[in-house]
Design a protein around this ligand. Structure first.
Ligand SMILES: Nc1ncnc2c1ncn2[C@@H]1O[C@H](COP(=O)(O)OP(=O)(O)OP(=O)(O)O)[C@@H](O)[C@H]1O
Ligand SMILES: [Mg+2]
Length: 398
């Protein structure tokens, strides 16, 4: 029985952790060492009993070693919450977040305080495990994450808004397991939509190594427990990003994250097509105007001809308006496939864009938030197991 593991050579700290854990369910397994092994399995291989939930790293370990070790644990054992005992300076807090560390505990914390930190970390591990699909989930094949580009042939129809809210909504199902990639490489605005000031961008990610350890350092964490990989700040840098490198990057992210949501630039540009190689899904966004609907029809036809349509399709009509002069039925008749989600025109969305707080983060009660939640629901692991006829149940515009 082991739900907690501790690495420390500090006997006083070990005693404190033992007292703290004594009030919690599960047992503690302790490793008396003031260093970490290079291979995480040197620790994980020695654990016995129940699956590990919390790994506590003592105050005597070197922070750099602890960060590296935590990154590997985060990639290889994502359900485990790592708690590092160290003085939480702003720099260390940022590096810890990037390394997937759940919590930083100041070394002088009391036994009760320590227990509260460990209990929170345990609860987080439990939530993540509960949200995880079953081990044999074949949604994306071979344990890889779902890759979901949000696309539309026309601009300004709500791709960024929908991609951002989809990522935020999915993080409620799978915290810290969602990455939002801004592949609108020239004019991407994911960062401003989330009020982020990224230090690194897609350009850095395709220029440097993309092993599990390095990958996280390119990402910017957001309060909603998603990671964002933002577009380069300089639009000219888009030309320096090859389609091959985009494809490799998406492939790599899909092996590390449960959901890879991709915001794209309008149209079927080469970078957008590169994402389709690995896409398990595509969210098509269409406005309620003739050019947008015709654009979507052509987009679907072209990709069908190229045999590039991913397995799962989700058609969203955005900015729906009864006075638009066309109906959802008209749109379905033109594009030849059912509309899955209808998002009404709402004043909340431009407000949310301008504030940098997505509506699904804010918990706003608005029909548009309801529609966005229904879109998120389509990506729950159990969704695919439903009766096939229900996959594209007719959307209703109320
Ligand atoms: N349902 C809606 N009702 C009202 N406004 C909306 C709706 N959806 C999106 N918007 C607003 O429309 C604007 C454009 O949306 P967004 O940036 O998401 O579109 P886009 O498709 O990503 O555009 P681009 O092609 O330029 O990247 C934003 O200000 C957004 O808040
Ligand atoms: Mg956009």
């Amino acid at each position: 029985m082991s739900r907690y593991a501790l690495v420390t050579a500090d006997a006083g700290f070990e005693h404190l952790v033992r007292l703290a854990v004594a009030g919690l369910p599960g047992l503690l397994q302790s490793f008396q060492a003031d260093y970490l092994p290079t291979d995480v399995d040197d620790i994980f291989g020695q654990l016995v009993g129940d699956p590990l939930e919390v790994l506590i790293l003592g105050p005597d370990l070197k922070p750099e070693e602890a960060l590296t070790f935590a990154s590997v644990v985060d990639a290889a054992h994502p359900h485990v919450s790592v708690v590092l005992t160290a003085t939480p300076t702003p720099d260390l807090a940022l590096a810890a977040m990037r390394a997937g560390i759940r919590d930083l505990v100041p070394p002088e914390t009391s036994m009760e305080g320590l227990r509260a930190h460990i209990e929170r970390a345990r609860a987080a591990a439990e939530t993540r495990r509960a949200a995880a699909p079953p081990a044999d989930d074949a949604a994306a094949g071979g344990g890889r994450g779902r890759v979901i580009p949000v696309m539309s042939p026309k601009g300004g129809v709500g791709k960024t808004t929908i991609a951002t809210n989809l990522a935020v909504g999915l993080a409620k199902l799978a915290p810290l397991s969602v990455v939002l990639v801004d592949l609108d490489l020239q004019f991407g605005d994911v960062a401003s939509g989330l009020m982020l000031t990224p230090e690194r961008s897609v350009l850095d990610a395709v220029s440097g190594p993309v092993d599990s350890l390095s990958l996280k350092t390119y990402l910017t964490p957001h309060d909603t427990q998603i990671y964002a990989l933002c577009a380069p700040r300089n639009p000219a840098d888009a030309d320096r990003i090859t389609t091959g490198s985009v494809s490799d990057l998406i492939d790599r992210l899909a092996s590390e994250f449960r959901y890879v949501v991709i915001d794209t630039s309008p149209g079927l540009g080469e970078h957008v097509l590169a994402t389709l190689e690995h896409a398990t899904d595509v969210v098509w966004v269409c406005g309620m105007d003739i050019p947008s609907v015709r654009g979507l029809k052509s987009g679907l036809e072209i990709l069908e001809e190229l045999h590039m349509l991913p397995e799962n399709r989700h058609v969203v009509v955005n900015m729906a308006d009864r006075k638009a002069g066309i109906t959802v039925q008209d749109i379905e008749a033109t594009i030849g496939v059912p509309v899955d989600i209808i998002l009404p025109r709402s004043r909340q969305l431009p407000l949310a864009t301008n504030r940098g707080v997505p509506v699904l983060q804010d918990g706003i009660r608005d029909p548009v938030a309801k529609g966005l939640r229904r879109l998120v629901e389509r990506f729950r692991p159990q969704w695919d197991e439903r009766d096939h006829k229900q996959l594209h149940r007719r959307a209703v515009f109320q």
